[in-house]
Write a protein that binds this ligand. Structure first.
Ligand SMILES: *Cc1c(COP(=O)(O)O)cnc(C)c1O
Length: 398
């Protein structure tokens, strides 16, 4: 997945353009910047590649999520459905927007199922934060249909799925609003950065205003702009955007390498009858940032994880026991621990997060292993992994 693996002269050139001729602030200062507008350039590239009307860059994937929620009108007291297998930012963004996370089960796509979403909808549900984990999404037709039926905002967190598509549509552009992360380990890296995607002009206007103190961005004099709404500062800098411009131009190459490397591992794993794979609803659209597979039992899964560790295979993830990606392992979230009182603390009938149970997701995640697909692998790096599989699985019945 990580675009930083192929940093080269092109990222440096882009940054130098900002340092030599441009200005580090993304808005205004026309006289100082000699026509260098890196944030705008990257936004245009994203819109053209993904066939989406609007892309707005912000400082991170996490601030993109908060911006997306607020821009779509999801805020205080609203319930937002979210999966237990995600990144902790999903919950942070909802809580900091004043909204209430409601957990629903995932299925073998490793993402929320339409049925599980429908099962937890209440009169307060406003949105679904659908998280495309590990390079791919799920049953987007089904999920969209449930959201439309219940008049919910579909927010697609595509932070791990830049470049992935479902039936020809880019993930992140199917719902009313979507997000990317361009942090240090994502498919495309800006160092730090994120984006809000939407085809809705009002959501776009809210997003660019909200993430820059409510500025309307009309005219050339920042001091004279009006502020139709209150906002905050989630801006990206021109240096970060510049790195993203160079990276975005490598997206096709990144996807091609990932797909080739993933296929080699997946073909090798497919020989072993005890291995089955994460369900991918449109194989041609997989970003291929990870290969994720299931073993028949939790016990066997832990054995295989240990076997891969013994053979020193790096970047193997057993999310079920991982601190950052599974709700079960987040005591600070169970107790909503915060340095100060949170909006959710004022909501008397909010869920008791110490009591949230997701048995179906537990049953899936306890049997799931993901391996990061890297861009820098040589043939030997791939062979090392395939040989490790052979050692671990060779005693199994054919
Ligand atoms: C990385 C990530 C984020 C947050 O992105 P940052 O840029 O690190 O803030 C949000 N959601 C998911 C699924 C992620 O993987």
């Amino acid at each position: 997945m990580p675009g930083f693996e192929i940093f080269d002269e092109s990222e440096k050139q882009q940054i130098n353009e900002v340092m030599d001729q441009g200005f580090t602030f993304r808005y205004n200062f026309d006289g100082l910047r000699n026509g260098v507008w890196k944030a705008r350039e990257l936004e245009t590239l994203i819109c053209e590649t993904l066939h989406v009307k609007h892309a707005h860059l912000v400082s991170s994937g996490t601030t993109a999520l908060t911006t997306a929620l607020m821009a779509a009108g999801v805020g205080a007291g609203d319930e937002v459905i979210v999966p237990p297998f995600t990144f902790v930012a999903s919950v942070e963004a909802i809580v900091l927007a004043g909204a209430i996370p409601v957990f629903a089960e995932i299925d073998e796509t490793l993402t929320l199922s339409a049925q599980a979403i429908e099962a937890v909808i209440t009169s307060k549900t406003r949105a679904v934060n659908f998280v495309h984990m590990c390079g791919y999404g799920g049953d987007m037709d089904g999920v969209k249909a449930v959201c439309d039926k219940h008049n919910l905002i579909l927010l697609e967190d595509a932070c791990q799925a830049t470049g992935a598509t479902y039936k020809g549509k880019a993930l992140g552009t199917i719902g009313q609003v979507g997000t990317f992360s361009f942090d240090s380990v994502k498919t495309i890296s800006c160092g730090e950065g994120g984006a809000v995607l939407t085809n809705d002009s009002q959501i776009y206007a809210n997003a660019h205003m909200f993430s820059d103190h409510g500025h309307d961005h009309i005219g050339q004099d920042r001091g004279a702009e009006s502020h139709p709404i209150m906002g905050t500062n989630f801006r990206i800098s021109e240096m970060n955007a510049a790195v993203g411009v160079a990276q975005w131009k490598k997206l096709d190459r990144i996807l091609a390498i990932q797909r080739k490397n993933k296929k080699a591992l997946k073909d090798a794993l497919a020989q072993y009858p005890e291995v089955s794979f994460r369900v991918i609803t449109d194989e041609s659209g997989d970003n291929a940032g990870f290969v994720s597979f299931f073993l028949p039992t939790e016990e066997r899964t832990r054995e295989v994880v240990a076997g891969l560790a013994e053979q020193k295979i790096p970047a193997v993830f057993y999310w079920y026991a991982n601190n950052w990606h599974y709700f079960k392992n987040w005591p600070h979230i169970h107790h909503m621990k915060s340095p100060a009182k949170l909006p959710i603390d004022l909501i008397a009938d909010r869920p008791d997060y110490t009591q949230v149970k997701t048995p179906k997701s537990d049953a899936i995640m306890s049997r799931t292993i993901s391996m990061l697909i890297q861009l820098s692998w040589t043939e030997a790096d791939i062979k090392m992994r395939i040989d490790a599989f052979a050692k671990i699985f060779k005693n199994q019945p054919a």
